[in-house]
Design a protein around this ligand. Structure first.
Ligand SMILES: [Zn+2]
Length: 430
């Protein structure tokens, strides 16, 4: 099984060779939805899946790469073909943030791919179909449609997204058509999965935080994924001469945004587990000698429970309006993502616990501060996640993100143990 760790490291490098031009020049990885680099990544992922021995590998209407390893019943022998075979769903995303890491998302596709490669090597079939999805979009970078890929599987793809434009004025529909997809909502609607056909959804993911690394633990079992809200905000003030306008007569949009950012920080720090981040801020058409008349910024707010998240968001919004009013500017808030907290399904979580134990590791439980595709699937089927330790104190959304081949191998072993656990249980209930 150690070779699986090496395969995962190699595949990660193979996928990381496709980056968008201005980042590729600097040897940085950026792979946002349906850009040429993203399309090449999908093709490479397809090739990796085929090579591993999946029975079917396809790209669906939103660009997800879907590999299916058929069960013993639905593949070779036809004796049992009347028995409805269920499917275990897994996967993670292959898009990245700008200048991101090689393992965020991709690791959760490549670990189950390594499992299939191992099953093929052992000439083994499972008593259920195994479906591995490389989700095309999770990071919300190019369009304001975060989780559109896993959302397509849960019936949450918003048809109005197709008309949404990226920073260059390209609509999502155009981007889809350029990538060879139909861009037709009817095709996207069909991607919705029927939960009655599934055993559930499991996802492996790099932790993206320091807890496992600091605790010297290779694997962690996720108990819940934090609730979150993301918004784009706009402050409208008044552009004016930077030399002639007295300080007390200004409607400076940037300073209002700055004050709101600091307020959000202060408010989030009052809670246990809440976080608030302004990740982007710009003054469109700004000049060195002009008071900013407009400022655009983003807000990302998360908390372990829905009610805590709601209180955080409501307080920040209310105080932002107070700040805007005092500064004589206008504050607009557009919510672009709202996700409920997603506690793990107790039985699936236990399966991960047993799997982790079976590979000689202690059961360490933690909740996820990051959002994941699992929180989307959570809305229609049971889900549970496994975290894999990141090196460099768990840094992620950063090129310093790293894992070890040993940890990748261990995670693959744990995933195999999870599959074996299902196999044993399904056999005993027959
Ligand atoms: Zn991720």
């Amino acid at each position: 099984m150690l070779s699986s760790g090496k395969s995962i490291m190699d595949w990660s490098e193979q996928l990381a060779q496709f980056s968008e031009p201005q980042w590729a020049e600097k040897n940085q990885l950026t792979c946002t939805y349906l850009t040429p680099a993203h399309i090449k990544t999908a093709a490479e992922l397809q090739a990796i899946m085929r090579e591993a021995g999946f029975d079917e590998v396809t790209t669906d209407a939103v660009g997800n790469v879907v590999g299916i390893y058929r069960s013993a019943h639905s593949s070779t022998d036809s004796q049992d073909s009347c028995v409805p075979v269920k499917t275990l769903l897994t996967g993670s995303h292959y898009d990245t943030v700008r200048n991101g890491g090689k393992y965020d998302g991709r690791l959760g596709i490549l670990i189950p791919v390594a499992c299939v490669a191992e099953l093929v090597r052992q000439k083994r079939r499972l008593p259920f179909d195994f479906e591995v999805v490389g989700f095309s979009e999770e990071e919300g970078q190019r369009f304001r449609a975060t989780f559109l890929a896993s959302g397509a599987l849960t019936g949450d793809f918003d048809p109005t997204w197709l008309a949404q434009q990226d920073a260059d004025g390209v609509t999502m529909k155009q981007a889809m058509q350029t990538a060879g997809l139909s861009g037709d909502i009817a095709d996207i609607t069909q991607l919705k999965r029927d939960p009655s056909k599934y055993l559930g959804f499991v996802e492996a993911h790099i932790e993206q935080g320091p807890i496992l690394c600091e605790g010297n633990l290779p694997l962690g079992v996720v108990t819940s994924i934090n609730a979150g809200v993301r918004a784009t905000c706009k402050i409208t003030g008044l552009a004016a001469h930077a030399g002639t306008t007295p300080m007390n007569m200004r409607q400076d949009a940037l300073l209002a945004a700055a004050e709101i950012s600091l307020m959000a920080e202060t408010r989030a720090r009052q809670d246990d587990g809440s976080v608030a981040t302004v990740g982007q801020m710009q003054v469109p058409g700004g000049s060195i000698n002009v008071i900013p008349g407009e400022c655009l910024f983003t807000l990302d707010m998360r908390a372990p429970f829905d009610h805590q998240r709601d209180a955080l968001v409501n307080d920040i919004l209310a105080q932002a309006h107070v700040i805007a009013e005092r500064r004589g500017v206008h504050f607009d808030f557009t919510e672009v993502m709202r996700a409920s907290a997603a506690p793990s399904d107790p039985q699936l979580q236990q399966r991960w616990e047993r799997a982790v134990q079976s590979v000689g590791q202690p059961i360490f439980k933690l909740n996820s501060g990051a959002g994941h595709d699992a929180m989307k699937l959570h809305t229609i089927m049971p889900q549970a996640m496994l975290f894999v330790r990141g090196g460099n104190r768990g840094i992620s959304h950063n090129p310093l993100e790293i894992i070890s081949a040993e940890d990748a191998a261990l995670a693959t072993q744990a995933f195999m143990a999870l599959l074996d656990g299902f196999q044993t249980d399904l056999a005993s209930t027959k």
